[in-house]
Each structure stands twice: as structure tokens, then as C-alpha cells.
Design a binder for this molecule. Structure first.
Ligand code: WTA
Length: 646
């Protein structure tokens, strides 16, 4: 595989960037030529941010899995597409070549068809990090079903809400999943999620942990039985349409991925086939400066966008070798990532600042005797990286010879939007730096006016928006286009609003400072404060609650909850645990508050709005900087809150 559109120097970057702005259609049309299409597009781009309506490669016909699999078979059939590292280092590694992956995806696509899945149907995937998760995802894409992968840390209630929102008819899951020292009973969570569900017709269960599971007649079937029925080789090839792809419109939906916003209910972000393919491929090849034959290790879970774009679609569309790791960085010990890098001679490591900070905490011992000399490029994603973590990563992991790419992007953007290009454009610790070609950032003030005055430190500072579409931008939120408009395109006219604040310096480099809306970023996981409040309020004794973030050494942000409680009260500790158990039930363990402070009232304005600014300051420990509290309904509440701070 070669990548004629790979940028090789800073000058080439500048040239590509300029061209992408001057003539986006010519620029992206040329790049799209390098993919396999059944029919070329009629028009590269149609758009307006008012509705919004965004179409890339309209009229084009393709299947993304042909671009991820079939087109590599001639040259890369025997090359590993996926290297799978099990949770337990003593278990056997699985190496899935492109040929094998193609076969498995075709087989499972047939299984889906045999079970009644058709183009456009929603298939929910709730599995651990096993290769079968990739097979299931790609098999959906092959037959045009819309996958909706749900992270294993979400509760039955969260899954039920997502199944309902997507009107999903099919589920693919595992009996259980291994994660570090834990066994997670996935099928049992699915069973709970299905109580009262009216849409799901079939659940396909892959055996991983072989924990006992209930199997309901007429609804639940085993992955293994179904795969066996679709045997490899001649037999299967004879069956009707085996291995054939569904030819999709470029703008047909590829997947839904739920993510948190500032309102209580997660949104189903929708990406479509053509633009997402081009964007994940282009950004993968350029940001990481991927060279054929290199081994790419993205440590994310496929339940998040990073796993979708940089374990599956980006690397596979580029014919790369992608490592998939089932476990966690600290099990059986904190040297696990370094063992994996040593074992497979990994070239590119892409992880989150929270993982780096947590591993830093174990000192340098876990690195002893681990050969990391294969590493060429390091990457981070998901939250701002502090300088200390950046330098530790640079010194101890990259040995000061690996460029670090600080990649800023979002579920909604499909792939990286702002980042240095490894070894090609300059890096600056804790700065994401420059936009990729096709990306036009702008910093605006509260009124949507471009920020033109510098702050005391000589930077422009404002809310980060993007002026025009790039191929990977979200197209809608599932089942509710108006929600997509109000969330992203209505805050500022004719701009996509990211929800992030940023700085820009004289070199045009961007530094992302974090969310400016009510979204938290806890260990790189996006969680809405309103969502957590709703979950806390579900506890029978809770009258009202308010949730804010506060700086946390390892997680980046921690969750701080102020709770008015008038239920039966044993002692604070027990009541806290009850509330945590409630949040785990409603959202999942990832949303459990780190701190719960019981209060008798919340600071509210006369119109009844909670003044979060004050709560945030208290949680951050900046009680001397509360600002004006005179507009509060009851200023006395603040003193009590400050006194009771945890
Ligand atoms: C934050 C993850 C600073 C940001 C790909 C964004 C970052 C949110 C960075 C999206 C970065 C992501 N530097 N902040 N390099 N990357 N973020 O949807 O606040 O899970 O809005 O997508 O993560 O989170 P999401």
C-alpha cells in the first residue's frame, strides 16, 4: 500500500492546507480517487450548517469493508491485520491476517443475514475487546447494517435507553469479558437491558469466559453454532450471495455512537460511509506518518470513537497492522503496555494522558528490562495533556527520539482535527498545534464574534468552532436531526461549535483548554453533568443534586456532587455508597462521583438557576475566588457549602 496523499514535510503541509481551503472539492476529490468505489460521486461536497445538511461524495457507491479488506488481499493477504493480545499474558496471542479477517467478516456477515439482519437495521454490539468484536463491526458494515457499539462499562439501564433510541433489533454480545482481575458478565447485563424491550429479535452470544448465561429460546443463539452453519470454503461460497457486499451510498449511515452532551440524554452521533472512510484513513496516515509494515497500537476500547477510527477503520483501510488489547495497563502489573510493545516490536503507541499519568505513578521500575526501541511515534488523545506527563512520555517511553502527536478531536468529528503530524510538523508540549488540511478552526467570543484581541499572555482565547465541513463531520443525531442542529450548529450562526475552549498563538498553534459546557472528561471518558445529576436524583432519598468537575491528578477531572438528601439516613458513608450504587445502575460504574457532599441547599439565582460557577470554585478549592454572590436567593447557602467542602 502506498499513500500518495501522505504529507512529508512542513512545506508540503502548508501547501496541502492551502489547497484544501482554496478548493476543497478538488482536494478531497483527488484523495478519494485512491479508494475503491463501485461508482464515483456526482458531487464532492454539498453543505449548509443552517439545517445542517452535509453531503460528501454524494452519488458515490462503495462499501467500506472492501476498502478495509478486499482491496488488500492481492498484496497483503498474509500480513497481520489484527494482532490480539489477551487480558492474561499467558494466554495465546491471536494473529489475524487480512485473508483470515476477510473470511471471518464474510462469514459473520452471512450469519447476520441468516438471522434476518438487513441493510439499515441497527445492530447493537456489546462485547469485550476480542477480535470477534472487530468481525461483528465490519460484518455489519459489509451488509449495510448500522452498528452501535456500546462500551462494556455501561449499565443495563444505559443499554436499554440506547436500544430504545436506536430501535435496535439485533444484539451481538459475549457471555463475559476479562478486564484485568475482573470478569464482567456481559450477557447477564444484556438480559437485564432486555426486560421490557420490544424491538430486539435476536441476540448472538460469543463464548469468551464461559460463565453460565441464560439462553432464551427463539431469541438467543451462540456465535459458534451460527458460524459453523456458515462453513468456510466451497459450501459457503455456493450459498446465496456469500461474501458479497451491500453497495452503499456514500451518505448511507455507517454507525451510531452514543456520546454525552450537556443535556441529560446521550446523543446517537451518526457517521456515514464515504466521508468517514476518507477522513479516518487520511488522518491516520498523516497524523501518525504511518509507513507500510508498521505496527500500530491504539490502547482505546472499541466502545469509544478512538477505537472505531484508530483500531478499526483508519488502520485497516490503510492496510496497517492494528493491535487490539483485551486488558488494562496495570494488570497483572504496571509494565503491561511496555511488555506488549517489546513483544510485538510496536512502532506507534496511541494512548490517553490519564493512562500516562497513572503509569507515571508507578515510577520507572515497570520499565526495567523492557525494550522499547521499536517505537517511532507516540500519540495522545481524549483530554488535555499536562506538561509533566508530556515530558515523562517523551523521556521515558519515546527516549526523546519519538515525535509525540497531541491529537484533538471528538466523537462528532470522526477523526483527528487538530494535531501535529509526526515528525513532519512541529510539536509543542501540551499544544495540539495545527489543523489538518480541510479543517478551518476559529475562536469566537460569547457572541460568536471572532476573537481578535490577545490576552495577557499573548494568545487569542475563545470558544473553538469550525467554519466548514471536513469529510468526517457528524451528519445527524439518530432519530432527532433538530437535536443535532441545536447542539452543534445553533450556538453560533454558520459554525460547528465544539464545546471546547482553546488558545491560539502567533504561530497559529492551538491549545485546547477543556470543555466550556457542562460536559466532564473523566479519565478521557466524556460524561455529562446533567446525566450524572439525573442518575443521582433517581435515588429515593435525593431531593436535588448538582454535579461539577474538579482537577484530579490521574483522571484529569473528577466528579464532585452536591446532594440534598432527606431520605432515611444511616450515616453519610452508607448513604454515599447507596448513591454510588444508584449511579452505577443508571449509567454505569464510569460515572460514579469521586466526592459527594451533603448540603441543605444549592446556590441559586432568583430565577432558580443553579450557580455552577460557585460550586465549581468550591470543588476546585478556590473558595477565596467565589466572586459576586449577592445575586443569590440565599447567600447563606454558600458559607455552609464552603465549610463542608470535601
Ligand atoms: C477532549 C475523543 C485536549 C475535548 C476523541 C473534546 C481533548 C472531547 C483532546 C471529546 C486533546 C480530546 N487535547 N482535549 N488532544 N482530545 N479532547 O468525544 O474536550 O470522547 O471535546 O472524543 O475530549 O471526547 P470524545
Amino acid at each position: 500500500m502506498s499513500y500518495p496523499y501522505q504529507i512529508k514535510s512542513y512545506d508540503e503541509y502548508k501547501e496541502a492546507y492551502q489547497k484544501s481551503i482554496d478548493d476543497p472539492e478538488a482536494f478531497w476529490g483527488d484523495i478519494a480517487e485512491h479508494f475503491r468505489w463501485h461508482k464515483k460521486w456526482d458531487k464532492v461536497l454539498n453543505w449548509n450548517f443552517k439545517e445542517p445538511k452535509i453531503e460528501w461524495f454524494a452519488g458515490g457507491k462503495l462499501n467500506i469493508t472492501e476498502n478495509c479488506l478486499d482491496r488488500h488481499l492481492e498484496k497483503l493477504a498474509d500480513k497481520p491485520a489484527i494482532i490480539w493480545e489477551p487480558n492474561n499474558p499467558e494466554e495465546r496471542t491471536r494473529i489475524v491476517t487480512y485473508e483470515r479477517l476477510h473470511k471471518r467478516v464474510c462469514q459473520f456477515a452471512q450469519v447476520l443475514k441468516n438471522n434476518g439482519v438487513k441493510k439499515g437495521d441497527r445492530v447493537c454490539i456489546y462485547m469485550g475487546m476480542v477480535p470477534e468484536l472487530a468481525y461483528a463491526t465490519l460484518a455489519c458494515a459489509r451488509i449495510g447494517a448500522i452498528h452501535s457499539v456500546i462500551f462494556g462499562g455501561f449499565s443495563a439501564q444505559s443499554i436499554a435507553d440506547r436500544l430504545e433510541d436506536a430501535q435496535a433489533e439485533f444484539i451481538v454480545t459475549c457471555d463475559g469479558a476479562y478486564r484485568g482481575g475482573k470478569d464482567i458478565p456481559l450477557k447477564s447485563v444484556i438480559d437485564d437491558a432486555l426486560i421490557g424491550n420490544k424491538t430486539v429479535k435476536r441476540v448472538i452470544v460469543y463464548t469468551r469466559t464461559r460463565t453460565p448465561v441464560s439462553m432464551i429460546k427463539g431469541r438467543d443463539v451462540w456465535w459458534e453454532d451460527e458460524m459453523q452453519a456458515v462453513t468456510e470454503g466451497a459450501e459457503a461460497l455456493k450459498s446465496d450471495g456469500f461474501g458479497e457486499v451491500e453497495v452503499m451510498d456514500a451518505e448511507d449511515p455507517l454507525f451510531i455512537l452514543y456520546t454525552s452532551g450537556s443535556t441529560g440524554k446521550p446523543k446517537g452521533v451518526v457517521h456515514t460511509v464515504g466521508g468517514y472512510m476518507v477522513w479516518t484513513n487520511y488522518s491516520f496516515v498523516n497524523v501518525f506518518n504511518y509507513q507500510p509494515g508498521q505496527i500500530h497500537f491504539c490502547t482505546a476500547d472499541i466502545g469509544w470513537i478512538t477505537g472505531h477510527s484508530y483500531i478499526i477503520y483508519g488502520p485497516l483501510s490503510a492496510g496497517a497492522t492494528s493491535v487490539m488489547f483485551e486488558g488494562v495497563p496495570t494488570w497483572p502489573d504496571a509494565g503491561r503496555f511496555w511488555d506488549i510493545i517489546d513483544k510485538y516490536k510496536i512502532d506507534i503507541l496511541y494512548t490517553a494522558p490519564t493512562a500516562i499519568r497513572s503509569l507515571m505513578g508507578f515510577g520507572l521500575d515497570p520499565l526495567k528490562g523492557k525494550d522499547l526501541s521499536s517505537l517511532k511515534v507516540l500519540g495522545t488523545v481524549g483530554e488535555p495533556i499536562n506538561e509533566e506527563a508530556w515530558h515523562w512520555y517523551d523521556e521515558h517511553i519515546g527516549k526523546k527520539k519519538c515525535p509525540i502527536v497531541d491529537t484533538w478531536w471528538q466523537t462528532e468529528t470522526g477523526g483527528v482535527l487538530i494535531s501535529n503530524l509526526a515528525g513532519v510538523t512541529p510539536a509543542k508540549p501540551s499544544w495540539a498545534t495545527l489543523p489538518l488540511p480541510g479543517v478551518q478552526p476559529i475562536l469566537v467570543d460569547e457572541n460568536g464574534k471572532e476573537v481578535t484581541e490577545k490576552d495577557e499572555e499573548g494568545n487569542y482565547k475563545g470558544n473553538l468552532c469550525i467554519k466548514a465541513p471536513w469529510p468526517g463531520i457528524l451528519r445527524t443525531t439518530y432519530g432527532d436531526h433538530e437535536r443535532c442542529r441545536t447542539n452543534y450548529f445553533a450556538t453560533y450562526e454558520n459554525l460547528y461549535f465544539t464545546g471546547d475552549g482553546a488558545l491560539k498563538n502567533d504561530d497559529g498553534f492551538y491549545r485546547i483548554t477543556g470543555r466550556v459546557d457542562d460536559v466532564l472528561n473523566v479519565s478521557g471518558h466524556r460524561i455529562g453533568t446533567a446525566e450524572v445529576e439525573n442518575a443521582i436524583n433517581m435515588h429515593a432519598g435525593v431531593v436535588e443534586s448538582a454535579v461539577v468537575g474538579y482537577p484530579h491528578d490521574i483522571k484529569g477531572q473528577g466528579i464532585y456532587a452536591y446532594v440534598i438528601f432527606n431520605g432515611r439516613h444511616f450515616d453519610d458513608e452508607l448513604t454515599r455508597k447507596d448513591i454510588l450504587a444508584t449511579v452505577s445502575r443508571i449509567i454505569g460504574p464510569i460515572a460514579k462521583p469521586d466526592k459527594i457532599q451533603f448540603v441543605s441547599g444549592l446556590p441559586k439565582t432568583r430565577s432558580g438557576k443553579i450557580m455552577r460557577r460557585i460550586l465549581r470554585k468550591v470543588a476546585e478549592g478556590e473558595t477565596d475566588k467565589l466572586g459576586d454572590t449577592s445575586t443569590l436567593l440565599d447567600p447563606g447557602v454558600v458559607d455552609e457549602i464552603v465549610k463542608g467542602k470535601l
